[in-house]
Design a protein around this ligand. Structure first.
Ligand code: FAD
Ligand code: SF4
Length: 489
């Protein structure tokens, strides 16, 4: 299988003369004295009035200084924190020497979507948490900011990354165009396979388009990545639901020799408490899709969405933060995050929590909704919140929330967005009764190859993991492509 030593995967080996020269050019103690760069960002008062991207990206001189902080460690611990083992010092040292084209190539070698990952990966829990600077009690190298810088700069200078290879004539179908499907498609197309991605929605990108709002991940960035896949020869067919519009048998009859299922986990979960079916209570999937994908709130679109004054978002993950910050931008005066544990246990990215607070979102941590109350028209008018305290760690390793008996408050709200998790999309599994499924309704796959119980049918991303992350979905796409290509060779 894949070798995780970055030097063995080509590009920018550590013993290259230019890397030795860079290391010799400045001693480690001078590098570690440089303060970590700060990401330029839009002012909170301004950004809550629009959907412009909040983080503005590093300036070239900032990127070079930040790259200079990296010590080019002989055993780069940062790489062990990256789920796809990106050659982190290899791309960062290229930034330091001013070769952005090669920095972007190093990234592309492992990551199909570096401009996306540079923006949305939880680096503080992954690569940056393992950077050697943490051991010195100093802020880690800003790996995510540098990844974004390299990918964006290479794209601006229209650097051509990856030539279209000669076709090997073997047709491959992909179900779903989120990060797992896109990364799989890119890998297979680069190997010469004829890849078609089928997408149920009218837009390509999965959660990157319909879930994550533009103030975090502009659509233009996702479209740029999609264009580079088209340049590699990948074809996209939208408005096609695999399992309904086309079955697996249809795909086989059309000559597809391999199928990769990357249909994600877009089925919202609810809490099953009284009042959840009131008007004005909805899932974050519905709320974000209406706004991000269907244009609600933008001039010229007729998708309806309620303009809330007092909104409550239930949950503490990225989806909850995105919904809360979206509600603020849609004009809500008060937006509450209601979360049953404390802020320490929140799964959302730290940066999103900071940005949400800067934008005036109120955090009602250690609170859990127990009921929503209606007005005379059946519309939600208030929520009843149970106060919680933390007990012993549960199976997730986080301290479990325990209700404080009798401590219930009522808070006026006119909209509730429920963001307490998602389940795998059931359509494909429902159409394949012979497919082995887990009790969590995820597709069971072989860990090494990601092949399912049906030969030639592979799966990856959230449909296998339940709700996970962009980088893990992307890593699955890559792994499945390597296994499928080897099986079809
Ligand atoms: P998806 O991105 O869900 O894509 C699946 C695609 O398959 C969709 O386009 C869907 O329409 C399509 N599809 C489904 N069924 C069919 C069918 N039968 N036929 C054809 N097409 C079908 N992760 C991070 O790492 N960082 C973040 O900051 C972050 N923020 C998030 C914010 C939100 C609001 C959400 C919802 C998720 C967030 N995540 C984040 C999680 C991350 O986006 C997902 O883990 C990732 O997108 C999963 O990728 P995927 O390719 O498996 O599925
Ligand atoms: Fe650079 Fe930190 Fe990785 Fe060392 S651990 S190579 S300093 S990013």
């Amino acid at each position: 299988m894949e070798d995780n030593n970055p030097d063995k995967r080509g590009f920018a080996p550590r013993d290259a003369q230019w890397r030795k020269d860079l290391r010799d050019a400045m001693p480690a103690r001078e590098r570690t004295a440089i303060p970590r760069v700060e990401m330029p960002h839009l002012a909170p008062d301004y950004r809550v009035t629009n959907f412009e991207e909040v983080n503005c990206g590093l300036l070239p001189e900032q990127a070079v200084v930040e790259a200079t902080r990296c010590l080019d460690c002989p055993e780069p611990s940062c790489v062990t924190g990256c789920p796809v083992s990106i050659n982190i010092p290899g791309f960062i040292k290229n930034i330091e020497r001013g070769n952005i084209t090669e920095a972007a190539e190093v990234l592309r070698h492992t990551s199909a979507l570096p401009a996306v990952c540079g923006r949305v990966c939880p680096q503080e829990k992954q690569c940056e948490s393992k950077c050697i600077y943490n051991r010195m009690k100093k802020p880690p190298v800003a790996i995510g900011y540098l990844e974004r810088y390299a990918a964006d700069t290479a794209a601006q200078t229209d650097t051509k990354l990856g030539e279209r290879p000669a076709s090997n004539g073997i047709k491959i179908a992909v179900c779903g165009s989120g990060p797992a499907g896109l990364s799989f498609a890119g890998e297979m197309a680069a190997k010469g396979f004829e890849v078609t991605v089928f997408e149920a929605l009218h837009a390509i990108g999965g959660v990157l388009k319909y879930g994550i709002p533009e103030f975090r991940l502009p659509n233009s960035v996702v479209d740029r990545e999609i264009k580079s896949l088209r340049d590699l020869g990948v074809e996209f067919v939208v408005d096609t639901v695999i399992g309904k519009t086309l079955t697996r048998d249809d795909l086989l009859a059309r000559g597809y020799k391999g199928i990769f299922i990357a249909s994600g986990a877009g089925l919202p979960r609810f809490m099953g408490i009284p009042g959840e079916n009131l008007i004005g209570v909805m899932s974050s999937n519905e709320y974000l899709t209406r706004i991000n994908l269907m244009g609600a709130g933008r001039p010229g679109y007729d998708t309806p969405v309620f303009k809330s004054r007092h909104a409550a978002i239930i949950g503490g993950g990225n989806t909850a933060m995105d919904s809360a910050r979206t509600a603020r931008r849609m004009g809500a005066e008060k937006v509450y995050i209601v979360y049953r544990r404390s802020e320490t246990e929140m799964p959302a990215r730290v940066e999103e929590v900071i940005h949400a607070k800067e934008e005036g979102i109120e955090f009602l941590t250690l609170h859990n909704p127990v009921e929503y109350l209606a007005d005379d028209n059946g519309r939600v008018r208030a929520m009843r919140l149970q106060r919680m305290e933390l007990g012993e760690p549960d199976s997730s390793g986080r301290r479990s929330p325990i209700a404080v008996e009798g401590d219930i408050t009522e808070v006026d709200v006119d909209m509730v967005v429920v963001s307490v998790g998602v389940s795998p999309n059931p359509l494909v599994p429902d159409s394949l009764p012979q497919l082995e499924m887990s009790p969590r309704h995820t597709i069971v796959v072989n860990d090494a190859t990601l092949q399912s119980s049906i030969e030639g049918l592979y799966a990856g991303g959230d449909i296998v993991r339940g709700g996970a992350t962009v980088i893990l979905a992307m890593g699955d796409g890559r792994k499945a492509a390597q296994a499928m290509a080897a099986a079809l060779a």
